[in-house]
Design a protein around this ligand. Structure first.
Ligand code: ATP
Ligand code: MG
Length: 426
């Protein structure tokens, strides 16, 4: 029975009372992206599993445990995208927009990960992803941070997020470091939990950001990747930090910040909102200079990050009540009449008002009933004004405008309707 069909665990409905804030936030994010010259790319939600296995790495949590993979009717093994970078590069290779080119791209949409659902962690969630190709940094790395800060300011959350950075060095430096780290872990194996033991040889870097308090304590004494950087990465990171300092950007260097996917190198960043609790990273990313080479066979440097929209929205809602109480969705004018015989005149008038004020919200009552009943509906919908057309429709050419905010009411001539509405609402 349909009554018993519920949404899939970890997959939420976003009802109209919450999409209002989504829309406002999206507009702000997109305008700022435009301001920096970024262009939108729309990518499929499904890709071949092999893309993720090759791009993300076989022994990451994401590929090992979190992917939604299925066999389609042709027998192809397909995956609901768990992130956007791999698909974006696949598209760039296919359409030739990565080879010796510079690109500043963004996309937004749902991602799918089979994780344990909890606050701030869903199985279908939304990301805004940014990918820049063809620039080696560190100036672009810094510009991305500046763009993030512009977002936070526009959303009123700039004092509620903090920036953590780290560098993973080159692939070679990273693999040297891995060996050093494995030696350290072998010496301390008795202090590791089962999951960490399992990862010790396959993905030891992830142990650095283990949530287990005992392991965390142990890792305080682990060798730090920053001490194993290759010379070029060291220079890159120093310049990156210097630019941030010169721009007065506050940040912490977190030597344990390694990120969950294998493809990162050099700069990695996370924006953290501590007030969100356990799921506190709202935005994370870094450089992935080798991924295009790995997938395409030619070198294109790249940097990107992904913003978790659900977590961002919950932060904005909690610290910026303006977004909560906004009138954005409430109705400006509710148009009512008690004259069932002259619908066409009412519709024509409503259309002409919409022509004159396209940015406002006009809703016409089609359920009818007494004026009192219709007025109650207007109040429930949080309308600012009601436009009563009874007299107008009875050919008197006069309408009544009632201001529900003040309780005042006035009778106006037909030619003054638009002007009066405009003056009351401006
Ligand atoms: P986490 O450490 O929280 O699992 P992650 O390192 O897996 O994050 P990324 O793959 O870097 O996350 O994704 C970027 C952002 O997307 C995260 O910082 C977070 O805001 C958001 N995000 C990731 N997974 C989820 C999820 N399951 N539900 C909601 N948001 C998510
Ligand atoms: Mg994760």
């Amino acid at each position: 029975m349909i009554r018993n069909i519920r949404s899939v665990r970890g997959m939420k409905d976003y009802l109209p009372n919450s999409t209002v804030i989504w829309q406002q936030i999206e507009i702000i994010l997109k305008n700022i992206l435009r301001n920096y010259g970024y262009k939108e790319i729309r990518l499929p939600i499904i890709e071949k599993i092999s893309l993720y296995e090759r791009a993300i790495g076989n022994v990451t949590d994401l590929v090992e445990k979190e992917m939604y993979t299925f066999i389609d009717r042709n027998g192809d093994s397909l995956t609901l995208r768990p992130e956007g970078t791999a698909g974006c590069i696949r598209s760039g290779i296919e359409h030739g927009f990565l080879y010796h080119q510079e690109q500043r791209l963004w996309y937004m949409g749902p991602m799918f990960r089979h994780e344990r659902p909890q606050k701030g962690r869903y199985r279908q969630f939304n990301q805004m992803g940014i990918e820049v190709f063809g620039l080696t940094g560190p100036n672009i790395d810094v510009e991305l941070i500046m763009m993030n800060i512009r977002w936070w300011k526009a959303l009123g959350i700039e004092n509620h997020v903090r920036l953590e950075i780290n560098s993973l060095g080159s692939i070679e430096a990273c693999s040297n470091y891995r060996n050093v780290l494995i030696k350290f872990l072998e010496k301390n194996e008795h202090l590791l939990d089962e999951q960490c033991k399992h990862r010790m040889y396959t993905n030891p870097m992830r142990i650095l950001d283990s949530k287990n308090p005992k392991v965390k304590e142990l890792m305080q004494n682990a060798p730090k990747i920053i001490d194993y950087l290759d010379n070029d990465s060291n220079i890159h990171f120093e310049k990156f930090c210097k630019l941030l300092n010169e721009l007065d950007v506050k940040y912490d260097i977190n030597p344990y910040l390694v990120r969950g996917l294998d493809y990162y190198n050099r700069t990695v960043i996370e924006w953290i909102a501590d007030s969100l609790g356990a799921q506190s990273t709202i935005c994370g990313g870094g450089r992935y200079d080798n991924l295009v080479m790995q997938l395409a066979g030619y070198h294109t440097p790249a940097i990107g990050f992904a913003l978790g929209i659900e977590r961002l929205i919950s932060l904005v809602e909690s610290v910026n009540p303006v977004f909560k109480t906004t009138n954005y969705a409430s109705i400006d004018v509710y148009i009512i009449n008690n004259n069932l015989h002259n619908h066409i005149a009412a519709i024509i008038l409503a259309e002409s008002i919409r022509d004159a004020m396209p940015e406002l919200i006009f809703v016409t009552d089609f359920r009818g009933g007494s004026l009192k009943k219709q007025t109650i509906r207007a109040v429930k919908l949080n309308a600012s004004l009601i436009l009563i057309l009874d007299e107008y429709l009875a050919n008197s050419n006069r309408a009544v405008i009632k201001d529900l905010r003040t309780g005042t009411q006035q009778i106006i001539d037909r030619i003054d309707i638009v002007n009066t509405l405009y003056l009351l609402l401006k």
